[in-house]
Design a binder for this molecule. Structure first.
Ligand SMILES: Cc1ncc(COP(=O)(O)O)c(C=O)c1O
Length: 357
């Protein structure tokens, strides 16, 4: 058996949508983008959505719209993909790392307050692996200290926190459509959601050379737009997202049943709807198990082996994040996608049990 780690869904409707764009001759800033933005905003219960070229662009543009600059500090977890933090540093601001909660792998709200200074301008909670961050205490702290919140929802399309969709809670939220994500656009792509009209207009201009019309550039911008082909694919993929979420949750439940007591399985907080972008277990000899599974034809991943504060490019120095440091050597991501069959899940679990014995 050869088991892929993740798999993109393609059907005849997606192919037809691509063909229609090719035949239309309209490749940027067309109806597909406008409609995808409307549909995605509605899906997240957000007022506005702005399509951009990647999740990384979405974070950069959100920070730019909030005016983040040199001297500012942005609070975020270190246990995340580098792109949560790199745009902060790119703008000359300082990422301030906070440890995670050991159960949800998301930023620990209790450890945020001591890191707030007069320079703190934003907090980026990451809904890691598809599990929402504990948003209420974060929002409360942000409001009390006049700090903006950007949800990093790049791994959490359709996840919910106390019944609220990710993408609807922060001042802004960012999503990625990278090929392995819960929905994709057959390449790179991203989107920003917000309920703030002014911020929506700002990111919309910043992604398109800082203009509203054609020839007048009111602010310095970049070209970080989402093109028509990915927008058309995104529209088709969005139609499946609820169904895929059910499938991912069912797959996780099956893994949980088979792996309970064998390895540490993921937990869903009582206030969370986890969408299992990744199914991450913990085990002492993670590398040994990973090698064994790969020999059995099972692809695995590690998200992430080196925390952001230890990445050379971040030049962060020695920072004490014991929960983050303790989990990075133990985590292993198992195959997870909506097309996984019971037989495949059974095979993975059997091979893990075999190795553990
Ligand atoms: C948590 C997180 N933030 C940001 C990103 C960046 O998204 P992209 O790869 O689309 O630039 C990703 C995706 O890889 C991610 O997982």
């Amino acid at each position: 058996m050869h088991l892929k780690f993740s798999e993109m869904y393609v059907d005849s409707n997606i192919k037809k949508a691509v063909e229609q764009v090719l035949e239309s001759g309209r490749y940027i800033k067309g109806d597909n983008l406008r409609q995808f933005e409307r549909e995605f905003a509605d899906f997240c219960d957000a007022k506005y959505a702005v399509g951009v070229s990647s999740g990384t662009s979405a974070i950069l543009l959100s920070l730019m719209a909030l005016g983040i600059k040199k001297g500012d500090e942005v609070i975020l977890p270190s246990h995340t993909f580098i792109a949560t933090a790199s745009p902060v540093k790119f703008l000359g601001a300082t990422p301030v790392y906070v440890d995670i909660d050991p159960v949800t792998y998301t930023i620990d709200p209790e450890k945020i307050e001591s890191k707030i200074t007069e320079n703190t301008k934003a907090i980026i909670p990451v809904h890691l692996y598809g599990h929402p961050a504990n948003m209420d205490p974060i929002t409360e702290l942000a409001e009390k200290n006049a700090i903006m919140v950007i949800e990093d929802s790049c791994q959490a399309h359709a996840a919910e926190y106390r019944g609220k969709k990710t993408g609807s809670m922060g001042d802004m939220a960012v999503f990625s459509f990278f090929p392995s994500k819960n929905m994709t656009v057959a390449g790179d792509g991203g989107i920003i959601t917000t309920t703030n009209k002014e911020l929506a207009e700002k990111v919309s201009m910043l992604r398109d050379h800082g203009r509203k019309g054609k020839y007048i550039h009111e602010m310095l911008g970049l070209n970080l737009r989402l093109s028509e082909i990915p927008a058309a694919i995104g529209r088709e993929q969005l139609k499946h997202l609820n169904d895929w979420t059910v499938r991912r949750r069912n797959a996780a439940e099956k893994y949980n049943k088979l792996l309970e007591g064998v390895v540490e399985t993921p937990t869903e907080a009582e206030w969370a709807k986890h969408v299992y972008h990744l199914y991450v277990i913990q085990i002492e000899d993670r590398d040994g198990l990973g090698r064994y599974l790969n020999e059995q034809g099972i692809s695995t991943g590690i998200h992430y082996p080196v925390p952001v504060h230890r990445q050379p490019c971040m030049e962060a120095g020695e920072i004490c994040l014991p929960v983050t440091d303790a989990c990075v050597d133990r985590i292993l991501s198992l195959p997870m996608h909506p097309q996984l069959t019971d037989e495949q899940i059974g095979y993975v679990a059997e091979k893990i049990q075999e190795w553990v014995k």
